[in-house]
Write a protein that binds this ligand. Structure first.
Ligand code: AMP
Ligand code: MG
Length: 261
């Protein structure tokens, strides 16, 4: 049941699948308000609140710029400054219009594209955990590509979940081990997913303010009560950087971060 939930959310929110509900939004939301289901609406609304909280560093309207960098990877050539500028004009969470009564989404600008890559994994993890808790499972860990959440205790009398933090410069090396009971951990970084263009590594995380890849930190690990907040904040802090990123995290209760420059 937990896996079913995860696949269901992927079907809704993938921007690679042209038939997903998110893709329907991307195709039609400039012409007319597009009705979405409760799950997608929830993720869009929460995403907007993280945009406000992070002063625009986290922004799911980043799609047009992400597309350019994906194409750059195929072409082996960085996007032109002109193309980036044009794409940047269509980025901005303020232009994402959500109607909670009608549960619809509309774009204020033509050419807008949503990308939930920075938050949907966390949401899927939380939903899978919810399914497991409802089934009265005593303890579980749900891990999607290194983002995870756990509760209860592991099997065989082990007291806590142990989570190793990988050294971004040396995959085999575990930098430290976190001892977890009922928490989520998400890591954003340039060491696992990046775009290699013209012999330069570019993070897949984009700073909406510059349209360039966010390469300040090589790894950002967030520890938070929900996987969705850990996921969104890890992406946000990757953009914001060291000093201001820690300021933001210190202002949020029950949330900690480990940054590696
Ligand atoms: P994560 O691995 O959770 O940090 O998510 C990275 C993914 O989020 C990227 O591959 C993009 O799909 C998307 N993304 C990139 N830049 C941003 C941003 N500034 N705000 C929100 N999502 C982003
Ligand atoms: Mg994220």
């Amino acid at each position: 049941a937990a896996f079913d939930k995860i696949y269901h959310i992927e079907e809704l929110m993938s921007d690679y699948d042209p038939n997903s509900m998110l893709s329907k939004v991307n195709q039609n939301a400039f012409q007319e308000p597009v009705p979405v289901n409760t799950e997608l609406f929830e993720v869009l609304a929460v995403s907007k609140s993280y945009s406000a909280l992070s002063d625009g560093a986290f922004d799911i309207t980043i799609g047009p710029i992400v597309q350019l960098w994906r194409k750059a990877k195929e072409d082996g050539m960085a996007p032109s400054a002109d193309a980036l500028k044009k794409a940047q004009d269509n980025v901005g969470y303020q232009s994402l219009i959500l109607n909670p009564e009608k549960q619809t989404v509309q774009f204020a600008k033509k050419g807008m594209l949503l990308d939930l890559g920075g938050i949907a994994k966390g949401y899927a993890i939380d939903k899978a955990i919810q399914v497991l808790k409802a089934a009265r499972v005593k303890g579980a860990m749900v891990d999607i590509g290194g983002d995870l959440r756990c509760f209860g205790a592991p099997a065989n009398g082990v007291k806590h979940w142990l989570i190793g933090l990988q050294d971004p410069t040396n995959k085999g090396n575990v930098l430290l081990t976190l001892k977890m009971d009922d928490m989520a951990v998400a890591t954003s970084g340039d060491y696992q997913r990046y775009v290699m263009v013209e012999d330069k590594k570019h993070s897949h995380i984009i700073d909406p303010a510059t349209a360039d890849s966010a390469d300040n930190l090589s790894s950002v690990t967030l520890i938070a009560p929900t996987a969705m907040s850990a996921d969104a904040l890890a992406t946000a802090v990757s953009v914001i950087g060291n000093e201001k990123g820690l300021e933001l995290i210190n202002a949020i209760e029950n949330t900690e971060a480990i940054l590696i420059s």
